[in-house]
Ligand binder design. Structure first.
Ligand code: PCA
Length: 328
C-alpha cells in the first residue's frame, strides 16, 4: 500500500511536470516594442490589440507591449523585427522613407488632408506598402493614423516669410525636404526630446498633430498653433514572417482579426481626437488660428512640388498608386 502510494506520487509528479512542459511549449510570448508613450492613442490601440490576441488565443500567445521605446528605441524597431530580435513592432511609417518611396508617401503634404481622403490613400497604397514589407520578410498587420498635422510656432504665421530661417523639427526624410522647401532648417528630433529642444532653442517650430502637442504639454513652450491640416500620417504594426509562420493557423487568425479590429479603432480615434485635442490646446492657453489663404497657397504649391518629386522617385508603381487614389 505504502509502496503503491509512493509510486502514484511519482506518477503524479511526472504527469504534472510533463503537463507543465507541454504547456510551456504551447505558450508563446511576443515582446512588442512601440515608439510612443502610454499617453498616446497609438499605444492604447497597440495595448488593445495585444489584449485581444492574448485573450482570444486562450493564452497560447501573449503579446507584451513595451511602449515609448523602452525595449527598443524607435530608429531600431524596424531592424529588430527584421532580424528577429523581436517578432513584432510598431513604427511611424514616414521614418522609413529612405528604404522605399512608398513609406515617403505617408508624409506628403496636401495630398490627403481629411480622413476620408486619407483612408482612400491608404487603401490605394496598401498593396505597395505590404509588398515593400514583404520584400524584407515582414507582414503588415495594421495601420493607425495620427490626427492631421498642424503648425506649432512661437509667433503668428501668416505666410512662409514669417518662418524663414527658423529651425523646424522634422521626423522623416519627407518632412526634412518639406522644411527645406519652406525656407526653414530641418532638425531631426524624436518626440521625446521636443520639449527640451524648444526650451533650448534647438528648434523654433514643428508640424505635428494636436494630440502630440497635448501629450507633450506644448503650452509650456509654444504660443501659436495654426490648423494647416497638411497631411495625415500613420504608424504601422508588422510582424516577422518567419515567426508568424511558426504559429498554428488558429493563432495566426486570432492575430489577423485583432489587427483588423485595432485598425478600425485607430482610425476612429484619429478622427475623433483632432477636435478634442485642438480644444485642449486652446484651453491651456495656446492661440489657435486658421491659416491665412496666402499660407495655404504657398504650402499647397510646395505640396505639388513634393508630389511630383515623389512620382519621379517612385516610378511606375507610384504612378499607379496615385492613379488609383484619384479614381477612388
Ligand atoms: N505625432 C508624432 C508623429 C505624427 C504625430 O502626430 C510625432 O510628432 O512624432
Amino acid at each position: 500500500m505504502k509502496r503503491f502510494a509512493k509510486h502514484a506520487a511519482v506518477l503524479l509528479t511526472s504527469m504534472l511536470t510533463l503537463g507543465a512542459t507541454s504547456n510551456a511549449f504551447a505558450e508563446k510570448r511576443w515582446d512588442m516594442p512601440t515608439p510612443y508613450g502610454d499617453g498616446t492613442h497609438q499605444t492604447q490601440v497597440a495595448r488593445s490589440f495585444a489584449e485581444e490576441v492574448t485573450t482570444k488565443s486562450n493564452g497560447k500567445l501573449t503579446i507584451n507591449i513595451h511602449s515609448g521605446g523602452s525595449l527598443i528605441k524607435h530608429p531600431e524597431i524596424h531592424r529588430a523585427v527584421k532580424s528577429r530580435q523581436v517578432p513584432i513592432g510598431e513604427v511611424f511609417i514616414g521614418r522609413l522613407g529612405n528604404l522605399d518611396p512608398i513609406f515617403k508617401l505617408d508624409n506628403i503634404p496636401f495630398l490627403a488632408t481629411d480622413f476620408d481622403s486619407a483612408e482612400k490613400l491608404y487603401q490605394a497604397s496598401k498593396p505597395e506598402l505590404a509588398k515593400a514589407l514583404a520584400k524584407e520578410n515582414l507582414i503588415l498587420l495594421y495601420t493607425s493614423p495620427w490626427p492631421a498635422q498642424d503648425l506649432y510656432s512661437n509667433k503668428v504665421v501668416n505666410s512662409l516669410s514669417d518662418l524663414k530661417g527658423l529651425k523646424m523639427r522634422s521626423y522623416s526624410p519627407t518632412t526634412s525636404r518639406l522644411a527645406d522647401l519652406m525656407g526653414t532648417t530641418p532638425v531631426n528630433i524624436p518626440f521625446s526630446d521636443v520639449a527640451q529642444a524648444f526650451t533650448t532653442n534647438a528648434i523654433d517650430a514643428m508640424i505635428t498633430s494636436p494630440s502630440t502637442g497635448v501629450n507633450g504639454q506644448s503650452w509650456d513652450y509654444i504660443s501659436d498653433f495654426t490648423t494647416i491640416h497638411a497631411w495625415i500620417p500613420k504608424n504601422m504594426v508588422f510582424a516577422n514572417k518567419r515567426m508568424f509562420d511558426r504559429l498554428d493557423a488558429e493563432t495566426q487568425q486570432v492575430i489577423l482579426t485583432a489587427a483588423a479590429n485595432a485598425e478600425k479603432k485607430g482610425w476612429e480615434l484619429g478622427r475623433k481626437l483632432a477636435v478634442e485635442h485642438t480644444n485642449k490646446l486652446a484651453e491651456n492657453g495656446i492661440k489657435v488660428s486658421k491659416p491665412s489663404d496666402q499660407l495655404i497657397e504657398e504650402l499647397e504649391e510646395i505640396g505639388s512640388t513634393m508630389v511630383n518629386e515623389w512620382v519621379a522617385e517612385a516610378g511606375e508603381s507610384g504612378r499607379t498608386v496615385l492613379k488609383n487614389y484619384l479614381e477612388m
